[in-house]
Design a protein around this ligand. Structure first.
Ligand SMILES: [Zn+2]
Length: 413
């Protein structure tokens, strides 16, 4: 299985990256040949012409389009050491040590930065830049994947800028962000930009069947209702709780007849997001805390007391966990709002009689009811209210206030 197999519905992008990986491989081989070949002999694998490889890339695309999957696949192709390359095979076999360790996250020369914090600060970025300046231990490329380049603070962006402007010869930066506007202009102007599209529903269903072993019908349904968001589709197809959560969200439009219903629905959305954060915390925090205690040498059998001077590290972990809970809660709430937008989009489709398949066909009765009781203009206003709520949450407005304002606006429509 080649590294690109996990990239769904992005043929143009994968072609370009495969070509870049081929040129990158030629550069490495040429460097090696330079050191070993007799003078005058051309380096192996010269591609001739301009190299399609460059040292800074920016991947943008809507949530769920697979930005980080693409970045990781490219990183793997850059580290590919398959002997087939010499026979004209493209780098990125998916099997060799370079590919495999990159994909599972243990390659010594690939740093994948995925933050569960709301922002990436100057200190973390300095550490990364220092890391990026090292020569690759494996002799190929030093790859830094920054999954949330949109979360860099301005100060952090400036630290990164210097590194992207004057990169070490074998360092590659792979930045991911929702859109190009989310990245500082100075940084994005130094990156080669590739934008991903929302993958087609069929392609998503296909990958769920092929990779996750999900039954074709369930895969098709999950792909359809999540409209091309791969991660969500997988979660919906495999997680009973996620299906229940979604079903509850789709009932909301029929429960906001009076102001009491609006307030109650808002509170429930907030509570459900809090519940998600709690569950993630239960799964991850305890294990993380235990690991850190062990690493710090907490004495077993003495009530596990921590050695002197290590309380700071524990405090740092607790702060991190608190910020992660905040982010999980926000992400979960945002997903609910995406589902709600999908509901009203279907309502609009019905009102306009558009020949488009409904995303939420399983609640056809509710869709019909809301469609009959309102007009396209009102539906658009409702969709705008949801968008406004998502924007308010982005600006750190207190979640309950933002959601209450939204449910009230949905009722007024
Ligand atoms: Zn390989």
């Amino acid at each position: 299985m080649a590294v690109w197999d996990d990239v769904v519905g992005q043929e143009r992008v994968t072609q370009e990256l495969a070509a870049a990986a081929r040129d990158a491989d030629a550069l490495v081989s040429a460097d090696r040949a330079l050191h070993t070949a007799a003078p005058g002999e051309p380096g192996a694998g010269e591609s001739g012409g301009a190299s399609r490889m460059t040292h800074a890339w920016l991947f943008t695309g809507p949530p769920g389009s697979g930005r980080s999957t693409v970045a990781r696949a490219f990183a793997a192709a850059l580290q590919c050491v398959s002997p087939d390359r010499a026979l004209g095979g493209a780098p990125g076999c998916g099997f060799c040590d370079g590919c495999h360790t990159t994909l599972v996250g243990t390659h010594a020369d690939v740093e994948i930065v995925r933050t569960d914090l709301l922002s990436i600060g100057v200190k973390e970025t300095r550490d990364l830049v220092r890391r990026a300046s090292l020569s690759p231990a494996g002799g190929r490329w030093q790859v830094i994947v920054l999954e949330d380049a949109d979360r860099l603070t301005e100060g952090a962006g400036n630290v990164l800028l210097k590194a992207v402007e004057e990169p070490a010869p074998r360092t590659v930066w792979l930045l991911c962000a929702p859109s190009i506007e989310d990245v500082l202009p100075t940084i994005r102007s130094r990156c080669r930009h590739l934008s991903l599209r929302t993958p087609p529903v069929d392609a998503v269903a296909d990958v769920l069947v092929r990779r996750d072993g999900i039954a074709p019908e369930a895969a098709a349904a999950a792909a359809r209702v999540t409209q091309g968001h791969i991660g969500r589709a997988r979660r919906l197809a495999t997680d009973e709780r996620a299906r229940a959560r979604r079903a509850a969200v789709l009932k909301l439009p029929l429960r906001i007849d009076d102001i009491g219903g609006c307030l109650k629905a808002a509170q429930e959305l907030i509570d459900a997001a809090g519940e998600d954060a709690k569950q993630v915390a239960e799964e991850v925090d305890t294990k993380e805390t235990e690991e850190l205690r062990a690493a710090l040498g907490a004495a077993a059998g003495t009530g596990g007391r921590l050695p002197r001077g290590t309380a700071g590290a524990m405090k740092e972990l607790q702060d991190r966990q608190k910020r992660r809970a905040t982010r999980t809660q926000r992400d979960s709430l945002d997903l609910a709002l995406v589902d709600l937008t999908g509901f009203y989009r279907d309502v609009l489709t019905l009102q306009l009689g558009a020949p488009v398949p409904l995303a939420n066909d399983e609640v056809r009765d509710s869709l019909d009811r809301v469609a009959r009781a309102s007009t396209p203009v009102r539906t658009l206003r409702r969709i705008e209210a949801i968008i406004a709520c998502r924007e308010a949450l982005d600006r750190n407005v207190a979640p309950l206030l933002a959601v209450e304002a939204m449910t009230a606006a949905l009722r007024a429509g």
